[in-house]
Design a protein around this ligand. Structure first.
Ligand code: GTP
Ligand code: MG
Length: 357
């Protein structure tokens, strides 16, 4: 094959660039950008669920959603712009009511698309789950138990783990990046200090923190309040096989810890279910599609403009401002399907394809 290929190149053929075939399909209007990206996502999908969702985006489900959104947006914007030529005081109050109603509907539907896209992105890129807690509470044991592989070193010596240990796990088709970290404490030794620093840095990037503690020690409110406030956290009460008669934990209101034993495996199944439930994977029905970070950003930007337009309408400020916000929202949504996409972004999207696709 190599010789044959070499001869073809000698005679003047050239190798296709990464993603070139898909790029051509896009440039010739056979696919929009979401569908082109879904092609790559389908090729790269690591689970059957991710493949199914990529297929739906490829078939145009996500694109149709965006197109409907943009169409409604354009209709409202045109209606508003048509009134701009008249002085404000002769605008029919009935129209203002209608504008408000239409805008509400747009915000709702953009919001819904965003939350569905967010689920789709989770399925594509997986969930990052960071295991954290004090030294020796059983974090590395928990990682091993979830993976069912002896991946991390476990010893009775506090401060065993220093490096971040990243492992891939699948829970019923949901890819999960599981990260074990150094036990958090005031470390004196420089290697451990660095481990603690890295562990803390990782917490910010998590989609979910599993805060593990030894059920004989309990949790301290100060430790929990020191965690990044915008990252969801689940308390994991470990080593429940020991000392079954420890008095119940005093926890901040409403927080119920998951009780388990990383050593015996008791409660691990429930933890898996809990992680899975973070993505509402059961809710990923026929209407779900795959999505990327880029799509979420654009949807969020569009939503900010729509919300801005709504507040302007509330306080009764100029319709020009609203029309402008709507135009900006339209551009943001249009980036998703490639209607308004800067060339350098296109270059980056297709460069990430594998060669010959
Ligand atoms: N009885 C019992 N012992 C456990 C359990 N989980 C972990 N251990 C023990 O607790 C000790 C510490 O476990 P590790 O998993 O290394 O704890 P760690 O949190 O990773 O500790 P560092 O890496 O030092 O922060 C080991 O001796 C484990 O065998 C459990 O559920 N029950
Ligand atoms: Mg460890």
């Amino acid at each position: 094959m190599d010789l044959l290929l070499a001869r073809c190149l000698e005679l003047g053929a050239r190798l296709a660039r990464p993603g070139e075939f898909t790029e051509r399909a896009y440039l010739n209007g056979k696919l929009d950008l979401v569908q082109a990206e879904a092609t790559a996502d389908l090729i790269e999908s690591s689970t059957s669920l991710a493949a199914r969702l990529a297929m739906r985006s490829l078939q145009g489900l996500f694109s149709r959603r965006i197109r409907v959104l943009v169409d409604d947006l354009v209709r409202l914007r045109t209606a508003i712009e048509a009134t701009l030529d008249f002085p404000e005081d002769i605008i029919d109050p009935q129209s203002l009511v209608r504008f408000r109603f239409e805008l509400e509907r747009l915000v709702d539907s953009a919001q819904q698309t965003l939350s569905q896209a967010r689920q789709g992105e989770r399925v594509r890129d997986g969930l990052t789950v960071v295991i954290a807690g004090r030294p020796n509470v059983g974090k590395s044991s928990l990682l091993n138990a979830l993976l069912e592989v002896d991946a991390a070193i476990v010893t009775p010596i506090p401060g065993t783990t220093r490096d971040l240990l990243r492992c891939e796990l699948q829970i019923d088709g949901l890819p999960v990046k599981l990260i074990d970290t150094a036990g958090l404490r005031e470390a004196v030794e420089p290697v451990e200090q660095e481990g603690v620093r890295r562990a803390r840095g990782q917490l910010e990037l998590a989609d979910l923190i599993l805060w593990v503690y030894d059920h004989r020690q309990g949790v301290e409110a100060a430790e929990i309040s020191g965690l990044p406030p915008n990252v969801p956290m689940t308390l994991v009460q470990n080593k429940i096989d020991l000392d079954l008669h420890v008095p119940g934990d005093i926890l901040p209101d409403g927080i119920v810890p998951l009780r388990l034993s990383a050593l015996t495996g008791l409660g691990i199944k429930e933890l898996r279910q809990h992680i899975k439930s973070r993505v509402h994977i059961e809710g990923l029905g026929e209407g779900s599609f795959v999505a990327r970070r880029r799509h979420l950003d654009a949807l969020q930007r569009g939503l900010i403009c729509l919300n801005a337009a709504r507040s302007v309408l509330e306080v009764g400020l100029g319709l020009e401002v609203i029309a402008l916000e709507l135009l900006e929202a339209q551009h943001a949504f249009g980036e998703i399907t490639g209607e308004f996409t800067p060339d350098d972004l296109l270059g980056r999207i297709f460069a990430s394809f594998c060669i010959g696709k």
